[in-house]
Write a protein that binds this ligand. Structure first.
Ligand code: GLY
Length: 362
């Protein structure tokens, strides 16, 4: 029986572990604090169109494959655990508040369309018909019917249960060196923590984000995910069926600054969200959280083989939740000895001068 060690009990690591255990491996997940990283803070958007960014187009096929796999993945997880993971089949609207914001949305549309996902242009009136809670000031936008969302906290809880049911063991002693683990295959899925792991010290940096969680108590809630630009500032508003509304997010390059959010950051997020959806002013603010997106120098994940015993599955940056199913599938293939062509852009050696995957197998 293949012995697999997974470093990191975020949702990516757990999905890999669950899948590997199902394939017959003996799996141990190592994490001192499962679920304390980005999985806890994420809004849970599965957005192959509207999370496309200039310079990151190589991610589009993996995002598309993962988005297409999400409905079946969510159904499997629900069947394995009895939990409703909040998979939300509502579309995403991207709107601009003023003319400059609308121009930004139109510019983004070209990029979104290059992903081959359906994106429809909406007049201001059509946007408000789709989402009646939108401000009358909104100057139009786009509809991305295939960009959906899930509840990341329930997904994480369900993955823990599903992994345990599948026989996965959990160890909480910190791991600092992958070579110290007694396993046939070790998977590094430690998010931002992957950078400190010897001997690889992968190129992953934390990009700080502030996210707000609000609750509607009887007020009307958006029926779509609303994204947009407010005087140049990007904002998203994700609504769950239980009345939770998630508003995000700041994006700061200042390392592991774990201090709580500033009042100014919270104020700006709320102000921008309320400018798009005025009803938000009536909701109750439940939580302000700070998280760290694991980013790489080119903002693409590190997903592939490091050597004959070690696989990287980290650096998912803004798209950790969206990429759960595709990452678990890719790692299952790598463990099975395959070398999928689709993973070429994510070669984890691409930032190691003079190293290639081929050499590292020797
Ligand atoms: N994917 C949303 C974010 O990174 O804030």
């Amino acid at each position: 029986m293949t012995r697999v060690a997974v470093i990191g009990a975020g949702s990516i690591g757990l999905a890999i572990a669950w899948r590997a255990a199902h394939a017959g491996a003996a799996v141990v997940v190592h994490d001192p604090a499962p679920g304390s990283g980005a999985s806890r803070v994420a809004a849970g958007m599965i957005a192959p169109a509207t999370e496309t960014h200039y310079g990151e187009q190589a991610l589009a096929p993996l995002m598309a494959a993962s988005a297409d796999a999400w409905p079946a993945f969510a159904a499997d997880l629900e069947q394995a655990t009895g939990l409703d993971v909040g998979f939300c089949d509502v579309p995403t609207l991207v709107v601009g508040l003023d003319d400059a914001d609308r121009a930004e949305v139109e510019h983004q549309a070209d990029l979104y369309r290059a992903t081959d996902r359906t994106v429809d242009t909406l007049t201001p009136r059509a946007a408000r018909q789709t989402e009646p809670l939108l401000s009358h000031r909104v100057r139009g936008g786009l509809l991305a019917p295939g960009d959906r969302a899930v509840d990341p906290r329930v997904v994480h809880k369900a993955l823990i249960i599903a992994a345990e049911h599948a026989g996965v063991q959990f160890h909480t002693a910190p791991v600092t060196d992958t070579t110290a683990l007694d396993a046939d295959q070790t998977v590094i899925a430690g998010g931002c923590g992957s950078a400190a792991l010897e001997p690889w010290r992968l190129s992953v940096r934390p990009v700080r984000g502030v996210v707000l969680r609000l609750r509607a108590e009887g007020q009307a809630v958006p029926r779509t995910t609303v994204r947009g630009f407010v005087k140049g500032h990007p904002i998203y508003i994700v609504t769950r069926s239980d009345g939770e509304i998630v508003i995000g997010a700041t994006s700061d390059e200042r390392g592991f600054d774990t201090r709580t959010a500033t009042a100014g950051a919270v104020h700006d997020l709320l102000r921008h969200a309320i400018e798009l959806v005025p009803e938000i002013a009536e909701y109750h603010l439940d939580e302000v959280s700070v998280g760290f997106r694991p980013a790489t120098p080119d903002n693409l994940p590190l997903l592939g083989r490091l050597d004959a015993r070690t696989i990287a599955a980290t650096g998912h940056y803004r798209n950790g939740i969206a990429l759960i199913p595709a990452t678990a599938t890719a790692v299952a293939a790598l463990i099975a000895g395959e070398d999928p062509d689709a993973l070429r852009p994510f070669d984890p050696h691409r930032f190691t001068p003079g190293r290639t995957v081929k050499e590292s197998h020797q």
